[in-house]
Design a protein around this ligand. Structure first.
Ligand SMILES: C[S@@+](CC[C@H](N)C(=O)[O-])C[C@H]1O[C@@H](n2cnc3c(N)ncnc32)[C@H](O)[C@@H]1O
Length: 294
């Protein structure tokens, strides 16, 4: 059992601004896609603008549709040939979805020069900060794409990615917004196809209800094996101040989680979760053959 603790379920107020974006009105989208993010324009400060000017040519992939759209440009595919020519080698590629400020993906790239990294982030300041961190260290094994990750995985060549990481995805706590959570069966299917044999999708969240969501989406999905070894049990009902004492008697979901992924540095999001007393839930799903017995 990792936890059945109660008092730390976040409120919108307790979440970071990026967590609270759902309070804004959902913008109209021409094709009415359900998006896991809210389009926000943000002016870059001088430091970040300089980083963009200095490093975008080196690190930012020219694969977005342009005109502030976060779709992948028409005709683009993330193929093995593109990866080979962009990174200049055939080393394994790890893709992090929603890299935020880039602390984790840049630290990983610096620590593992023998591995290629691709950071996917939609928010301008996050992209600029990732450019800054990568540029300062003159890393050669990382690239950044400012695209909707869900769209990129639709056009990724099967068997081309070693690992996918999604750490502290936006929680979208309201029930009516759960469909906007990035961990969804369709994305899982596309990631499954994109991974090499035995490749893994690592997911971590500090939000108990999101951990349940990951379990509900992933543990019943064909083609994935949860290779976690820690037994976890979470109440199916929201446990808040009023019913915390009753948590033990509520129906629970039992599943397995992983040890904290040693390859992850402590980002601000994880730190804020820990500071607020929340428990971090790590999951590791391995892509296995479809119809394989789990
Ligand atoms: C809560 S933040 C976590 C950032 C980072 N992983 C960390 O731990 O610090 C989630 C990030 O995912 C990004 N994001 C959400 N949906 C995305 C998508 N479809 N494609 C790429 N990035 C996305 C958001 O812009 C945000 O920066």
């Amino acid at each position: 059992m990792t936890d059945t603790q109660a008092p730390t379920e976040p409120t919108n107020e307790s979440l970071d601004t990026a967590h609270a974006i759902e309070e804004q009105t959902t913008p109209a989208h021409p094709i009415h896609k359900v998006l896991s993010f809210v389009r926000r324009s943000a002016r870059l400060d001088t430091r970040l603008q300089r980083a963009w000017d200095n490093y975008a040519d080196t690190y930012l992939l020219d694969i977005a549709a342009g005109n502030a759209r976060l779709d992948v440009r028409e005709g683009f595919s993330l193929t093995k040939a593109y990866i080979q020519s962009t990174w200049g080698n055939s080393n394994p590629l790890i893709v992090e979805i929603g890299t935020g400020q880039g602390e984790n993906v840049v630290a990983a790239a610096a620590a593992h020069p023998e591995t290629n990294f691709l950071a996917l982030e939609v928010y301008d300041p996050g992209v600029a900060h990732t450019l800054l961190l990568a540029g300062k260290q003159q890393l050669t094994n990382i690239r950044i794409a400012q695209v909707n990750a869900a769209e990129l995985f639709k056009v990724t060549e099967p068997g081309s990615i070693a690992e996918v990481w999604t750490f502290f995805p936006d929680p979208w706590p309201k029930k009516k917004h759960h469909k906007r959570r990035i961990v969804q069966p369709e994305l899982a299917g596309n990631i499954h196809d994109a991974l090499v044999d035995g490749g893994v999708w690592r997911i971590a969240t500090d939000i108990e209800d999101y951990a349940l969501h990951v379990h509900e989406v992933m543990d019943h999905l064909d083609g994935w094996k949860n290779i976690g070894t820690i037994n976890s049990s979470l109440p199916l009902e929201h446990v808040g101040k009023g019913n915390a004492d009753l948590a033990a008697d509520m129906p629970h979901a039992d599943f397995t989680e992983s040890e904290r992924f040693v390859g992850r540095v402590l980002t601000n999001f994880e730190k804020k979760g820990l500071d607020a007393g929340r428990v971090i839930h790590d999951f590791t799903y391995q892509a296995v053959a479809l119809n394989a017995v789990k």
